[in-house]
Design a protein around this ligand. Structure first.
Ligand code: OGA
Ligand code: MN
Length: 313
């Protein structure tokens, strides 16, 4: 339980929160506090400086992450090197995908993916523009998609550009046992044509036939290696295709699964502030981003933690 003072001096009790103690024995000062969002997933880690976490604190962060699937750290002040160092605690990093402008952006840091609508000298400095980014997990068009992404906000527009998250454990848990039985053993093709902003990926011919679209196959249900929980793994809706189904059967089943997975009642929406870092588990969550005013600036840096071979049930 956490006791804290509200602005009018009242003592607030938050029975959902929990404190993680610092290293020094007998210390009463918590290293940080874990405050769940109150939604189906997500928690804020309050009071942690990501430049200075010790090994025990990292263990606690990892445990909180496994429990809540998405973690928010506010008021961080990180150089790119510090963002990379924090991210590496969760595993080796993947290179960023080639950006829409055909480049890997940050000189000397191929692991940094820039999400931005800012245009400098006629060239976008990052990907995804200012439009909506539809629901997805990251980079599922590769054989072993990243297990996690960390997204760090540097410039945020005055309105719009919120990012929402949904739990793919929750999606699985809400399916009837009949549907679950039907899904076991099925494979889904994850499209490699379009990114979540609707842009065609580098070197790919545009198509909307899910049977022939380029992509990779993943099990429709995967088991998280750390929590042992089952999660639907849907990737992106566009050009998705279930192996062995007719296009009509595939679309019908996928539409139903997507409706369950993205049910607004089970979504957590994050309104960004500069200095926020959000770490999500790419194996058991999806995310989407609202559009924002094209004339305002939004600059984010992302790292992605290398993937593993998916475990199935
Ligand atoms: C991403 C992503 C959404 C956003 O970085 O993978 O989907 O809010 N970003 O910028
Ligand atoms: Mn993404």
């Amino acid at each position: 339980m956490v006791l804290s003072l509200s602005s009018n001096g009242m003592v607030l009790m938050d029975s959902m929160s929990s404190e993680v103690q610092g290293k020094s024995a007998g210390s009463v000062k918590p290293a940080f506090t874990i405050v769940p969002t109150g939604r189906a997933l997500g928690a804020e880690i309050r009071g942690a400086d990501l430049r200075g976490l010790g090994p025990e604190e990292f263990d606690a962060v990892r445990a909180a992450w496994n429990e809540h699937q998405v973690l928010l750290f506010r008021e961080q002040s990180l150089t790119l090197e510090e963002l990379l160092a924090f991210s590496r605690h969760f595993g080796d990093l993947d290179f960023a995908p080639i950006q829409e402008n055909g480049r890997r952006f940050v000189d000397g840091h191929p692991e940094i993916y820039v999400v931005s609508n800012v245009v400098e000298n006629g060239v976008a400095i990052g990907s995804l523009g200012s439009g909506e980014a539809v629901w997805h997990s990251d980079m599922t068009y590769v054989d072993n998609p990243p297990i996690a992404s960390a997204l760090y906000a540097v410039e945020i527009p005055p309105a719009g550009g919120d990012t929402s998250f949904c739990s793919m454990y929750g999606a699985w848990d809400r399916l009837s046992s009949d549907v679950r039985r039907r899904l076991d053993g099925l494979r889904l093709k994850h499209d490699a044509t379009y990114n979540s902003g609707g842009y065609v990926r580098q070197g790919v011919v545009e198509t909307d036939d899910p049977r022939t679209a380029p992509g990779v196959w993943h099990p429709l249900v995967r088991v998280h290696p750390e929590t042992g929980r089952s999660a639907l793994f849907l990737g992106r809706r566009r050009n998705a295709y279930i192996d062995g189904f007719t296009p009509h059967e595939s679309d019908a089943l996928l539409d139903m699964l997507w409706e369950v997975a993205t049910d607004p009642a089970h979504v957590w929406q994050h309104r960004w502030n500069e200095g926020d870092l959000v770490l999500w588990d790419n194996r058991c969550t999806m995310h989407r981003r609202d559009s924002f005013e094209a004339s305002s600036r939004r600059v984010m840096y992302r790292t992605q933690i290398k993937g593993e071979v998916a475990r199935t049930r």
